[in-house]
Design a protein around this ligand. Sequence first.
Ligand SMILES: Cc1ncc(COP(=O)(O)O)c(C=O)c1O
Length: 398
Amino acid sequence: MPDATHSFDALMDITARPKTVFVRGEGAWLWDDTGKRYLDFIQGWAVNSLGHSPPAVADALAAQAKRLLTPSPAYFNDASLKLANALVNQSCFDQVFFANSGAEANEGAIKLARKYGALHKNGAFEIITFEGGFHGRTLATMSASGKKAFEPLFEPKVPGFRKAQLNDLASVEALITQSTVAVMLEPIQGEAGVWPATDQFLQQLRELTKAHGLLLIVDEIQTGMGRTGKLFHYAHAGIEPDIMTLGKGIGGGVPLAALLATEKAACFEHGDQGGTFNGNPLMCAAGLAVLDEVGKPSFLKSIAESGLFLESELQKLSARHGLGEVRGRGLLLALDLKLPIGPALVAQAFESGLLLNAPQADALRFMPALNVSREEISLMIDGLDAILTKAGAARRVA
Ligand SMILES: Cc1ncc(COP(=O)(O)O)c(C=O)c1O
């Protein structure tokens, strides 16, 4: 039975949510307070890298909580030093600033680029971002985003963001002026519906930014931490950006994010950046547990393999139901529905105990735990197959 004591009114009504209350999670599964079980292919929006409440993260949190919660950011702590070193050792970056959310990490990236412009480029401050891009919900990151629905909101926006077209180098080139300091993009635009930048475009962007003395910032909040089969997506293109942001999967379910920069770009001076909870040992302990597992070459290989399996199963499903392409990489994939039926499918899937996401009305996005099994992928495909069959029959009747 549902818990009748739940009162929903005390929470701000910021989005439409089913009046279901989740109380437990394990791996690929979530349970609500009636005991109903759901197969989860959202995983907190690509957050739970190792699934719900993985023992490695739960144990690391419990051990750290008993040892030290936070000494304050005015002092060093061992967990944040270990995690920063591990990230630096496994990436092309030299320094890390830890944040509490993806938006905060991106704010840091924007500030760092502006600081670089002030120090090295005569005060250049403009950042070229992309139509369809999503970088968060603070004022600056909304301004950096190219999400149409954000355009009329919270005016005036933070100035200094000019929007180019993804995979169109000329559109970037056309926006470069004396005021430009950086180019910032998601290697795969997630919220826009999983639209990948090609490896070639990333390589061309790297060359272009180098030629103009601009910083290249990759927002890997969704694509980083193994999601696309490499620890960081930029490695697919064989490039080395100047700045990268991480979030979501790095904490394995807890609020942790990071801003990484090369020595050249890491130009903050005392007082430029900080925050009460930044780099607190509790979250960094979770990050270490996640990186320990996800950073293993065998684990990364298994993500790529699971991604290929999911992709081929989705392609077969698409062919059976006359749907469109499957796009994305690794375990960040979308199925083009060709019709605006995404929200209806998501609602039906929810009823049947399957959690799916439609970032756009005509696309479903799949972002399971990185350790999702083939059986769980097959179960999801079977569930979606049944829903699509029903929806197809309904369309034929109507
Ligand atoms: C690419 C990208 N950047 C930034 C963000 C913002 O992260 P957060 O919601 O943790 O602030 C998101 C969240 O969906 C994202 O997908």
